[in-house]
Ligand binder design. Structure first.
Ligand code: KG4
Ligand code: ZN
Length: 339
């Protein structure tokens, strides 16, 4: 079965085709970074309009890459939440129209389930059960995954998500948008030991996170140093080291608690090179297998939606014939397990 996947929950329009027998066939992606850069963050109305404007051309590009036409598609999956309502509606309407016109089934997919299953697009795919660390702009979660739809939330952030803390810290230090990757590249030239930031909530039991205080500590340190260019890289490197250490300590704790030996890192912050290097070194030595999607599938993309949708569609799930729903918020625990 060939499944068309459409992602449009935020500031990326991503389309892909996944074949349930042969894997990923083709994908295309348009990032709206340039569109939102002038505003220092995502402007929801501009995001929705841009998705609408670009979807037809991206669809054409996708089929050109796949080397076949829309008639070969058997089902359509689209991101139905969580995300920006207007942006979600743009992708969902396109997906539903495509499915309706061709008389094929469609299915609304949970964006975070897409992120979580994205490593299954790789040759080295993780087997169930595994621990998933979801680190994106909106979420920081540790989830035990026993199968598709069989998720147990072990811990999450009580305030800022890891990516959000990267973005806000970068913005306050004048690095612009998108902050995470900019701060990460600045950190390469800084000293991670220059500032001894706390590793929040690691000195007490539990698997929850809190990054808001760390963000404030980093911004305060930078201001106290006269907001100077010279220390900016050091603050960035020290902040990044504190986030990575904190994530690693909690992962280690969760793996031990659950008796798991496989760890999946998903979401935009998983693209962080330093995080990958440190997790590889640390968990490799401890005999834990660490799985990531390829870098381009860490951030939002259509391939992960096509994949998650294909697993559910192949098991017989699909939207009701009339009407559909997108959701700004959608707790993962509401997802149904595949039987
Ligand atoms: O998964 P994603 O594309 O979108 C959400 O669902 O949120 O994640 C985007 C987040 C942003 O906060 C971005 O700053 C962060 O991932 N991010 C990074 C890096 N690349 C993206 N954070 C740290 N280092 C990176 N290299
Ligand atoms: Zn995402």
């Amino acid at each position: 079965m060939k499944v068309l996947g459409i992602e449009s929950s935020c500031d990326e329009t991503g389309l892909a085709i996944v074949d349930t027998d042969k894997g990923l066939k083709a994908h295309v992606l348009h990032s709206q970074v340039d569109l939102h850069a002038a505003y220092g963050g995502v402007v929801p109305e501009l995001a929705s309009r841009d998705h609408v404007a670009r979807l037809p051309q991206l669809l054409e590009q996708l089929f050109a890459r796949a080397g076949h036409g829309p008639e070969q598609i058997d089902a359509v999956a689209y991101t139905a939440g969580p995300g920006l309502m207007g942006a979600l509606l743009a992708g969902a309407s396109a997906a539903r129209a495509f499915a309706w016109a061709r008389g094929i089934p469609s299915l609304g997919v949970h964006h975070m389930e897409g992120h979580m299953l994205a490593p299954m697009l790789e040759e080295q795919a993780p087997a169930f059960p595994f621990l998933s660390m979801l680190v994106s702009g909106g979420h920081t979660m540790l989830i035990r995954v026993d199968g598709v739809g069989r998720y147990r939330l072990l811990g999450e952030t009580l305030d800022d998500a890891a990516g959000e803390a990267f973005d806000k810290t970068a913005k306050m230090m004048g690095l612009g948008y998108p902050g995470g990757p900019l701060l990460a590249s600045l950190a390469e030239s800084g000293d991670p030991a220059a500032f001894g930031f706390a590793r929040p909530m690691t000195n007490r039991p539990g698997l929850d996170f809190s990054f808001s205080g760390l963000k404030t500590a980093a911004i305060t340190a930078w201001r106290q140093a006269g907001a100077s260019e010279a220390v900016r890289a050091d603050v960035a490197a020290s902040f990044q080291a504190a986030v990575i250490d904190t994530l690693r300590i909690k992962c280690e704790r969760a793996l031990r608690q659950e008796g798991l030996q496989r760890l999946v890192i998903a979401g935009g912050v998983g693209a962080n090179r330093q995080l990958r290097a440190q997790f590889e070194a640390h968990f490799g030595a401890a005999g834990v297998a660490v799985f990531y999607p390829r870098i381009e599938f860490c951030t939002d993309n259509g391939a992960m939606i096509a994949l998650a949708g294909s697993l559910r569609l192949a098991a017989g799930q699909c939207d009701a014939r009339d009407g559909f729903r997108v959701r700004a918020r959608w707790p993962m625990e509401e997802l149904t397990p595949l039987s």
